[in-house]
Design a protein around this ligand. Structure first.
Ligand code: S3P
Length: 433
């Protein structure tokens, strides 16, 4: 377990912190944002200086930055990260390296006075110069978070590890990596690579997969071993940032007292939500359809085709029984599972049932190209989905202990709604750190 004390700020993966960015274009706007953000009690505020209006005269910029730092300090005593995110890494400012270096070194000189816990230095763009810059910032009394962002793609697993190791060699105090995923595998790879690299480098890591698809990583700090995560205070500064209150809740440690069964129509995102909950809480997950496939040694479509739906339903009940008897965690159920009361009783015996729901149009958009759902395959249309949904609605609603809409396409918000309800029902309880 890594632990880093930066003045009053203690960074450790066992107690991950929350950082909220402010992105005003001038002192007035920055302060307005700080006033809003401080009420949410973040552990860190990131002052994104690249959003400021920059003058041609460097001295004026330095004076402006110093004024703003002073004003933020008067407003609150939350430690700061000072960041100039350049346009090349998804930020707002095109700036020459010499100027970039100079501003950061000047800020380092006043970092103690103005509670600047970390100065962000982009690690990859300027390579050899960067190591020297980090050294200079250290000499000037600042601490460095060395960062690397890719808003277009995620590096492959081995390259991610190498990238993190390379950043680590620049001798900053914290290493940060943020990548945009193109698919679920990218998200998984990032989490695994960070976990692997974290054990092999000296510095604590901050890491995230961006966008809605990667948003789970923002709350999966325990899985990756990361020490803080970004939440949005006023606006998002990068895609996928959760609200502070949501992130705070999701970062707590919970123990599971009963099973959690996810039900709902095809395409409501049972698998997605199960995966998110698993990565956030560490609870085990199992997919009843995958269990059936394993047991039958053939795909769901083939079971329907060769043996008929009745046989599939038989296998489904048998599987749910076995899962209920032997498994503790999140059960992601097939869309038709709770149409049979016997299955509802099985699921209720070991836990609670959560229904995910969305409107027929949303479902259609999500499943329209799916070839693996025999129930929809003969008639892939909003009307058919709508008819089936109406026919099933009562069974879903009757079976569910908790219902939540997933039409907003926001998995962290959905996990938040689910976990807060589960806590009220005593299904999960917070573990004191
Ligand atoms: C079914 C839903 C599918 C799968 C099978 C039957 C249904 O699961 O169990 O094709 O009757 O709704 P998903 O909801 O995970 O697609």
């Amino acid at each position: 377990m890594k632990y880093l004390a930066l003045n009053n700020l203690k960074l450790s993966s066992s107690d991950p912190k929350i950082c909220v960015p402010v992105m005003g274009k001038d002192k007035k706007e920055v302060l307005e944002q700080v006033k809003i953000v401080k009420r949410k009690n973040p552990d860190l505020i990131e002052f994104r200086a690249d959003f400021l209006k920059w003058d041609k005269d460097l001295k004026k910029n330095l004076k402006n930055i110093k004024d703003i730092l002073e004003a933020i300090n008067k407003e609150c005593d939350i430690p700061l990260i000072f960041t100039i995110r350049t346009a090349k890494e998804g930020g707002e400012l095109d700036i020459e390296f010499a100027q970039y270096a100079l501003v950061n070194i000047e800020v380092a000189k006043i970092s103690d006075e103005y509670n600047v816990a970390l100065i962000d230095v982009e690690g990859i763009k300027h390579k050899c110069n960067t190591k020297l810059l980090i050294e200079k910032i250290h000499e000037a009394g600042g601490n460095v978070i060395v960062s690397n962002h890719n808003f277009h793609k995620t590096l492959a697993y081995e390259f991610l590890i190498r990238r993190i190791q390379m950043l680590s060699l620049l001798d900053a105090d914290v290493v940060k990596i943020a990548m945009m995923p193109r698919n679920k595998r990218d998200v998984d790879n990032l989490m695994m690579a960070v976990r692997y690299a974290d054990k092999r480098i000296g510095q604590p890591i901050v890491a995230m997969s961006m966008g809605e698809m990667g948003s789970v990583t923002r709350a999966a700090t325990k899985k990756m071993g990361t020490v803080f995560s970004f939440a949005s205070g006023v606006d998002e500064s990068a895609p996928g940032q959760p609200r502070v209150e949501v992130l705070r809740y999701l970062l707590k440690d919970y123990k599971l007292n009963k099973n959690i069964a996810l039900i709902g129509f095809m395409g409501t995102g049972k698998t997605t939500i199960s995966y998110a909950l698993h990565n956030i809480t560490g609870f085990d997950e199992i997919d009843s359809d995958a269990y059936i496939v394993e047991k039958a040694k053939k795909s769901i479509s083939d079971i329907f085709k060769d043996d008929g739906e009745a046989k599939f339903r038989e296998l489904e009940t048998l599987s749910l029984k076995e899962i209920g008897d032997n498994f503790r965690g999140i059960i992601s159920c097939g869309g038709g599972a709770v149409l049979k009361q016997e299955n509802v009783d099985i699921l209720k015996k070991s836990g609670v049932i959560i229904q995910l729901y969305a409107d027929a149009e949303t479902i259609f958009e999500r499943v329209r190209y799916s070839k693996t759902r025999p129930i929809l395959n003969e008639d892939m249309s909003v009307e058919h989905i709508s008819r089936l949904m109406s026919a099933r609605d009562e069974a879903y609603t009757k079976a569910a202990d908790i219902r939540t809409s997933v039409a907003d396409n926001n998995r962290l918000e959905a996990c938040y709604r689910i976990l807060t309800q589960l806590e009220k029902l005593g299904v999960i309880s917070e573990i004191d750190k």
